[in-house]
Design a protein around this ligand. Sequence first.
Ligand code: NAD
Length: 488
Amino acid sequence: MAQQKPALFIIFGGSGDLAHRKLYPALFNLYRNEYLDKHFAVIGTARRDWTDDFFRNTVKESLKKFCEDDKIVDEFVSHFYYQSHDVNDSKHYITLKKLAEQLNDKYELEDNRIYYMSIAPALFGTVAGHIKSESLITANGFNRLVIEKPFGRDYETAQKLNDELSLTFDEDQIYRIDHYLGKEMVQNIPTLRFSNPILETVWNKDYISNVQITLAESLGVEERGGYYDGAGALRDMVQNHVMQIIAQLTMKKPTVFNSENVHAAKHDLFASLKVLTSNEVDDNFVRGQYGTNQNQSEISYREGLNIAKDSQTETYVAGKIMFEKGDFTGVPFYVRTGKRLSDKSTRIDIVFKKNETNIFLDSNDDIKENVFSIIIEPDQGYRLLMNGNKIGMESGHNTFELDHGHTKQQLEKVPEAYERLIVSVLNGDQTNFTRFDELANAWKYIDVIRERWDNQEADFPNYRSGSMGPSKADELLAKDGNEWIWKG
Ligand code: NAD
């Protein structure tokens, strides 16, 4: 049986999109798989004036496509309670506290509380402040705060938010979600690196030529224009997900793999990023915004809902990230992320250096670089590109691939990122959450690029929907004599 921890979840923003699309299905799967039993309860809070029954029906609705067994769904939603709530109204926190205490007794929750911020980031600080001033924190159980992205808009706002949260919660109580760190294949990177000597020995600047990280989406911004137009791909994807994937790939081997050591290793790593000067940005980063597609059946970004007609927001970023010191000094990390690209794919391609000496004099050109690929989504698996003889009497060399894809049965066992992360919160394990110092250094890196771009008008749109992004992203690698491995 799965490990179970009693807890009360207070979800601020319980009527919202994230709660219904991700959190309730994740909690339900944990319930079904016995990570939660009768000792749990959920209070959803939001502005609307709903009854418990109405709220439970909205939760049931969000589970429809996951389960047809009404009995188990009814059992599950019976643990859900609703509290109408305005974040600024102190009285509402007092009512919330009373309800929390009642549920604590009813479900024997041992005073354990998880406060989940699934509301607009501008409200995070206010809610945390009231949790303290209206004394929602319990003396005996655990009190953990889960924070959704974005954590600030830049270093300064992230620091301010952190200062606000720190008035109520200590760092070891704060769980900053980066849902990429909840993904099976991303969590597996340290295990791959540190349990396979065949990889560990070559995982450094002596053997690696360059690393390519692609987070490509085929969809556009859809209904989220209001949020996205104020954010853009650099803030929405690079500052957090791309940076955390880089950290998984490059942090030094911890003596023991636990939260404290992993974060110490990540701290050193982020502190060794080679921050660009404003003048270096144009040579190292490319931005793009999608237009319509070839037959003009798709709307361009600027024609989307709640998007400014002259929007300067980037829907695509490619960049070259380097380190100033450590095992990867001089190795380019080429990253790219974009919307409305030719295909959806999240993957890492690690390109190794060619052998400096080639003993096969007649076929020098046929020997290619080894490439190790970690395929994260939508397929999951690994590929290794190797060299060998051409089969048969013909002389010369060929490449072949060692290819492992998780089977359908294996994939069915893979939990959603949110399920893993919620279990980690229940277990008090912060390994796969971001610590403030990492995030602060990532912002400092990003802020220079943002500032440069904010002061220069872009010639948008500059890539077609369904393409591989702006051609300048190819030039970025070509300048170094490299090319993208994944071509869509
Ligand atoms: P949403 O707009 O769908 O929901 C916001 C919720 O906050 C609603 O329940 C609303 O009632 C509540 N709310 C708003 N103002 C309030 C107030 N003054 N007092 C009390 N409650 C108030 O937003 P969402 O898409 O669910 O996003 C929630 C958070 O999750 C945001 O921080 C967002 O950046 C983050 N996030 C969302 C997604 C996603 O896919 N939706 C993905 C990653 C991160």
